[in-house]
Design a protein around this ligand. Structure first.
Ligand code: PMP
Length: 329
């Protein structure tokens, strides 16, 4: 028999797929790590499991305990999934700007969902601060604190990076992805650097995030905006501590969306916009590294999570963004 003892054993070990259109556009080999194939549907399953196992190991999360977190949704889904499998209650605080699909998934999992209006990080109303307060006020609760909890990036140092190294047989020249918490970029970056010190690790920021300017000019400054969910950071999180990319790109939604559309139409890959931003960054990195280079990026979550937004022509029209051409009436 070949069986997993629990859904948590099915997190990670995701496949790596060659992206044909992006490889042709870059004149290099662009590979996507299929993180949308994790059981909870995103790259954040890895952090969720690592954070829960760390809290268990430290003795702060006890049987029947509660996990509280502020999230754009995917970490919450991962925490609720692992929480259900291990008998923990989950309270998830999320900005009400995130997709209905993610809200519904959290409710379906049985998480207690607290929707809050979007606010700046400096405001006490920001979802991260609200989640910390709820954790402090709830008996037996642990605050997952994904932004500053290094168990998050450790999951990528120990899991995602070695997987990529093995899957490419060490034939990898560059890696890039966007930052939400920074766990994926810093963790995979550090893990791959340990195996190959001269590998090029690049940040790909959406518009409206401040990290591009920080690493390019030493200023935490942002301009523009993005409809992407789960990425776009305004500060140096704990998970980014000590990490410096070799290169940085800033990708507008109008450059990333055509990749989401093309990967769906031409390669059958159904992806969210953070994956599109990552792929656009990988194309830029592949061009920078040259014709024989191999670049890996992260396909973070599925487009199924954004049927009401990215794949809804009325929503796209209201945002002034292009809808998938085949959906336009
Ligand atoms: N893409 C999506 C869709 C996400 O939900 C997240 C996590 N917030 C990321 C990318 C970024 O991952 P990380 O938190 O590891 O930076």
């Amino acid at each position: 028999m070949q069986t997993a003892a629990s859904i948590t054993d099915l997190i990670g070990n995701t496949p790596l797929v060659r992206l044909k259109g992006p490889s042709e556009a870059a004149g290099a080999t662009i590979l996507g790590k299929c993180e949308f194939m994790n059981p909870g549907g995103s790259v954040k399953d890895r952090a969720a499991l690592a954070i829960i196992e760390d809290a268990e190991a430290r003795g702060v999360l006890l049987p029947g305990g509660t996990i509280v977190e502020g999230t754009a949704g995917n970490t919450g889904i991962g925490l609720a999934m692992v929480g259900n499998a291990r008998g923990y209650r989950t309270i998830i605080v999320m900005p009400d700007t995130q997709s209905i699909e993610k809200q519904d998934s959290l409710r379906a999992l049985g998480a207690e969902l607290v929707l809050v209006p979007a606010a700046k990080y400096s405001s006490p109303c920001h979802y991260v601060h609200q989640s910390r307060r709820i954790a402090e006020e709830t008996p037996g609760a642990v605050w997952a604190n994904q932004f500053d909890n290094s168990a998050n990036r450790l999951a990528h140092i120990k899991g995602t990076a070695p997987e990529i190294w093995e899957q490419t047989g060490g034939q990898i020249d560059g890696f890039t992805c966007a930052v939400g918490t920074g766990g994926t970029l810093a963790g995979v970056g550090m893990g791959l650097k340990a195996a190959k010190p001269d590998i090029c690790i690049a940040l790909t920021d959406p518009m409206g995030a401040a990290l591009y300017d920080w690493f390019a000019h030493g200023e935490l400054r942002s301009e523009g905006s993005s409809v992407s969910e789960g990425i776009g950071q305004s500060r140096i999180t704990g998970n980014l501590d000590g990490f410096v990319p070799d290169m940085q790109f800033q990708v507008p939604d109008l450059e990333a969306l055509p990749w989401v559309h093309r990967l769906m139409a031409e390669e059958g890959l159904c992806l969210g916009l953070s994956s599109g931003i990552n792929v656009a960054g990988a194309v830029r990195l592949g061009r920078a590294l040259g014709p024989d280079s191999v670049v890996v990026t992260i396909l973070c979550d599925s487009g199924m999570r954004y049927m009401s937004t990215l794949f809804n022509p009325a929503w796209c029209a209201a945002k002034g963004l292009p809808a998938p051409p085949w959906l336009q009436g």
